[in-house]
Design a protein around this ligand. Structure first.
Ligand code: IVH
Length: 710
């Protein structure tokens, strides 16, 4: 088994580059918590690092959860999160209630009805090697006062988590995980998955909520991609994102045309269920006709668990779907209750992540991509190669410094890795296989699209085309402007934007609002009807909230959350435009870099002109909900019971808070209780809640619920 620990090494460490997964924040800063709290400058440094980590983590979770377009691997993401967790542990005074360590994921998407999960769908912690698994085992045994746990090892299928509810044996609702507390109602789409029974067999209980993973086989992805290729469309990149995209399709018929699959692995406790072990739960689910993966295994010791991990390392490639690891769970329900959960994850379960896969292929060419802010990114074009279940042809080289450092040349055989099994990255060239005529790629002096001289960013390694009128940038900016999280202009996709830009009909977002049906109808693959839909969608986008517009403008560092923060703080576009640097930096969530970026954006003449044009076109320039937020009765109609000792609230304070938000706080747990908030040493009320299957929230979860709106 040492093999396992040793083998996770090179791949993982290479992804992390500067900081291995096991390195602690205290290693990084070279001190212990006690010393640091005596030293003010160090604390400032730590404070700054925490803020930076939070911003990074928020951005990456948004990319991952909301845009399904992550740019770093799960490993790198976990390393960021861990570092923050450790800093917050060393400096509890730096912990904030909105820190990503207190949350479970991103926000639900628009277009579907939001569903509040009766019991939150927590995430689970990850391990990457034998030592970390043994550490998990030690924690479990300690939590059980020496009683030996039995574990169940399951596959971690790489798909999308789902919760499905049956009442009187009939499927009534399916919801995505969303942020863990609230997800999207995707019932109609889940009903199109053939292996999901619409009615349960046997003798189903009055109500049952099961959780599992919706996924797509590799073969199905290939079948869809063949069809897409015929249509001249870009292939889908991997089964997981395609599954997520499919579940979010607004047309269930389209969902039915793609073969999704499901495996259930959990049951939400409900009155009347008397299951005592996980294996029994799985068998129970199966008896009712629910699909359960047959590949689970009971293990009487951590040694057996480790052996199972070792076995699956290679065997997993024979599976028809992708897996990104294994999940190790305590079998006994009583032991699980005893172990409980942290605000983020249950203590009775852990994931073991497989090391990222690496493949070799030939580097055919290097292309340069120009992003919406003009950043030039080298992209490797490779001979197609199979990697972690999909065929890849392109991989990122991050930036030109990275390219120079790696000294990768055209003609080289290179090693590529799927980081978190999503975006392939070029790791290195294979020296033994370098041909004599391998050609290094010169640093570009000019933008490959518009020919303008490129500049190096003074504060980063980035090369940039500064020509705001560069067609590549214009296209990227328009795509961003029209995207779902921004102005959400339906029907305005990359192909149409390319035409509009090529025909010089649109050079800036404001031009969109000058288009008319006739002009659009003349474009390729457009007609009267589709053109009028588009014009209508453009018209509708005028009333988007100010925060969305701010995000849509593509101001560097302004994500959708920052857009909202700015809108809420300033209330109107005018107020924001005339804000000084001081005013900007005073906002809690705005750091210096962000403030400068916003300030500079509105200092630029072209940008001021753009805002004036957008205003003249009739776009909404003020925050309508301003001030209403404090009053929002987010807990209206909900009954809470608070039990145990809380950290941040006295009993009176939390009850007052619940009332302030429109909720009711009562003293005893009954069927009509919606939530129990449990602190340290919670006693019989907690047991009762668990018996009745009432959602139990930690203090942090309560805060997240309140902030997110119930
Ligand atoms: S258990 C409270 N079991 O992995 C425990 N999760 O990183 C809930 N997943 O969101 C999760 N296979 O989408 C569990 N056999 C399995 C799983 C599994 C895949 C996914 C699931 C979850 C994520 C956690």
């Amino acid at each position: 088994m040492e093999h396992l620990a040793a083998d996770t090494g090179p791949g993982i460490h290479r992804v992390l580059c500067e900081r291995p997964a096991t390195m602690r924040a205290s290693d990084l800063f070279g001190y212990t918590g006690r010393m640091a709290s005596q030293d003010q400058t160090l604390t400032d440094e730590v404070r700054a690092r925490c803020a930076e980590l939070r911003a990074d983590i928020d951005r990456h979770s948004r990319l991952y959860y909301e845009e399904a377009a992550p740019v770093i691997s799960d490993l790198e993401f976990d390393a960021l999160l861990r570092e923050l967790q450790e800093l917050e542990q060393l400096h509890p005074e730096l912990q904030t209630s909105d820190s990503p360590t207190q949350r479970v994921g991103g926000a639900p998407l628009e277009g579907f009805v939001t569903v509040t999960h009766r019991v939150p769908m927590l995430s689970i912690d990850n391990t990457y090697n034998e030592a970390e698994l043994r550490e998990f085992d030690r924690r479990v045994r300690k939590g059980l006062d020496g009683t030996e746990p039995v574990y169940v090892v399951e596959l971690k299928i790489d798909g999308v988590a789902i919760s499905i509810r049956y009442e009187d044996g009939v499927l009534v609702r399916a919801a995505t995980r969303g942020d863990g507390y609230r997800g999207d109602d995707v019932t109609e789409n889940v009903k199109r998955i053939r292996s999901v029974p619409l009615r349960l067999k046997d003798d189903p209980p009055a109500a049952l909520e099961a959780r599992g993973e919706v996924y797509m086989t590799v073969k199905e992805l290939e079948r869809l991609n063949k069809l897409r290729e015929k249509e001249g469309e870009e292939p889908y990149r991997n089964p997981r994102n395609t599954t997520a995209g499919t579940l979010k399709l607004l047309d269930p018929r389209q969902v039915a045309q793609r073969r999704l699959d499901i495996a259930l692995y959990d049951l939400v406790p409900e009155e009347g269920h008397e299951l005592t072990t996980h294996v029994e739960t799985l068998k129970g689910l199966e008896r009712l006709g629910l699909p359960v993966s047959p590949h689970y295994k009971r293990c009487a010791s951590i040694e057996e668990v480790l052996q199972a991990c070792e076995e699956w390392r290679e065997k997993r490639r024979e599976l028809p779907y992708e897996t990104d690891g294994l999940v190790i769970k305590v079998d006994s329900a009583a032991q699980r209750r005893r172990l409980g959960a942290t605000s983020k994850a249950p203590r009775w379960v852990i994931a073991f992540k497989f090391p990222a896969e690496i493949a070799q292929t030939k580097l055919l060419n290097i292309k340069i991509q120009v992003g919406k802010s003009g950043a030039l990114t080298p992209v490797a074009e490779m001979a197609p190669v199979r990697l972690a279940g999909t065929i890849v042809k392109r991989a990122t080289l991050h930036n030109f410094e990275d390219l120079a450092k790696k000294d990768v040349r055209i003609g080289d055989t290179i090693e590529v890795q799927k980081a978190g099994e999503i975006i392939p990255q070029v790791l290195r060239f294979v020296p033994e296989k370098r041909p004599a005529d391998a050609q290094s790629f010169p640093l570009p002096r000019e933008c490959p699209v518009c020919g303008t001289e490129v500049h190096k960013d003074p504060d980063s390694v980035c090369l940039r085309c500064l020509n705001l009128a560069c067609p590549a940038q214009v296209k990227e900016r328009l795509e961003h402007f029209a995207s779902r999280k921004a102005m959400d202009i339906e029907g305005l996709g990359p192909a149409l934007i390319a035409q509009l830009v090529a025909q010089k009909l649109v050079t800036a977002p404001a031009d969109l609002y000058q288009l008319d049906v006739e002009t659009v109808a003349h474009l390729e693959r457009m007609a009267e009807k589709s053109a009028s839909y588009l014009i209508q969608a453009i018209e509708e986008s005028k009333s988007r909230p100010l925060g969305r517009l701010l995000f849509a403008l593509g101001i560097r560092h302004v994500g959708s959350r920052t857009g909202e923060v700015l809108a809420e703080h300033f209330g109107t576009m005018d107020a924001l435009m005339s804000a000084s640097m001081e005013e900007l930096t005073q906002i809690h969530e705005v750091g210096d870099v962000l403030a400068k970026s916003v300030y500079d954006f509105f200092e630029t003449e072209e940008n001021r002109a753009l805002i004036a044009q957008l205003g003249a076109a009739g776009l909404n320039m003020r925050e309508e909900t301003r001030g209403a937020k404090e009053e929002a009765q987010t807990l209206a109609g909900k009954t809470f019971v608070v039990t145990g000792t809380l950290e941040n609230y006295s009993r009176d304070e939390i009850q007052a808070r619940i009332k302030q938000l429109g909720g009711k706080a009562t003293g005893s747990v009954s069927k009509s209780t919606n939530y129990v908030v449990a602190g340290e040493n919670a006693g019989s009320k907690l047991d009762k809640a668990q018996q009745l299957g009432i959602p139990v929230l930690t203090e942090a979860e309560f805060e997240a619920l309140v902030e997110g709106g119930a």
